[in-house]
Write a protein that binds this ligand. Sequence first.
Ligand code: FES
Length: 520
Amino acid sequence: MRKLVSLGLVRDFPQGAPQLVRAEGRRLACVRRGDRVDVLDDRCPHEGHALSMGTLRDGVLTCPWHNWKFDLSSGRCLFGGESARRFPVEIVADEVFVDPTLDEAEARLRREEDLVRAVSDGSVDGAVREALRLARLGGDPAVPLVRAACMRTPYGAADALVAIEASLALCDAGILDDAESYAVIAQAVSDDVRGRPERALPAALPGSLADRDAFLDDLLEERRHDAVGRALGLARDVPFDAIVREWLVPFASIKLWDRGATLRRIRAAEALAARLGDAVRDELLVGLATSLGWAVAESDLPAWRATRAGLHEMARVAPGDADHDPHLSAALRGKEDEAVGAALASARAGASPRALLEELATAALERLASYDLACSDREGSAVTAFEPARAVIFAAAALRAPTGRVALAQAVMLAGLVGRLGRYAAPSSATPAAPQASAPASPGDLALAAREGALSPRCSWSSRGRTAALAAACVELATPERAELACAALRRATMLDTGGGLARIAGTARYVVDGRDVDD
Ligand code: FES
């Protein structure tokens, strides 16, 4: 309901000089120009300095702290980042009235727009502030960020989408706070979408889940527009998890040559759809259909001869239900052909897909924990700790739904990958596998390692999205038996980073949005 509060008489405001007025617990920067008075929130949206201490020229108010400039008539930021909040004013018989109540729907919309603008401009600190403001208004910053991540990159749902889901999971686990998780997300989304406009959507092709083969053909033939159209044409009451199960995961299991990257994106989208609901359903489908349509090329990937043969063989094996195979663990640590052979033999002997994937998850963590850092240092080396980190991320994604033939195929691919990673192991006498983990790791150690890994300012080995995904994967895989290993693996992958950047951005944003005014 509208509520008008008197700020005084027009004639009492000085011409062309901002003035601070306190009303209803708010600080207002009031500027008289002739017979009109404009009122902005006194807190500069950048770092909270008093706009009433700013300077005025040609209807533009300049904050004295870092010179952000605001159009008095709209509050829009003309130089800098986010807009200032402007209050509606009425003048009745020379008396100035302001409505200090917030139109929350309008405010959320404006914050969403400013948030997307900030990540598109590459302003991570601005995006974190806007995300916090949106959250304080009851909005969910993940919604506009998921839309941006899915709709603005030519490759659809990619690392940024995974970073969003992974960072929210780390926040849910109490490892990151909200500002920190937004900082990780803002960095990852900005890396992917900076300077990119939203893509145009094709027309929806109405159909049902029974059209799966047509959808898969579109992807295999790289007809991405048609694949997106089919995804958009599915009836709205088809559950997202059914689309994942019937259309998306089967495709990812035909084309596993991206070493699990597509599967991880699908699992991220599934979790985000469950969390955010219909608000992002179309965007997630568009992002995934686009992403899968780019995932078909395998010709430039390594030969993977043993893995290809293993996948062919495994298609004839019925999934078993035994939950343990005592011979599997050691065999999985062999070379590609040995690891694939072990997985096949174990599956034939009745090991369940879950049992295979659990053993492979442990083996993947061991590969990462023993990764030879010298591999990254060699001149011209394209190898980084991301090679074994892929396997850890892949294992965690596969273990979210470890049943059926699809999971068996994933186990073979993962076995081949883990086997191939043996070449990057540190010589045990030269470099200890996990120097930081000499004492048993506690849950707190793992949380700290995950937090530092996700927030470190530079990832010398990978993108922000992948680092967040690895941190979340290690937390996901950290059963009591694997906690110490997960901690050592994470430390190994992120020990090249130096700390502080995103944590500092998050802390400043929290101060600006939630803290006191700078001159109080
Ligand atoms: S420009 Fe206003 S506080 Fe930085």
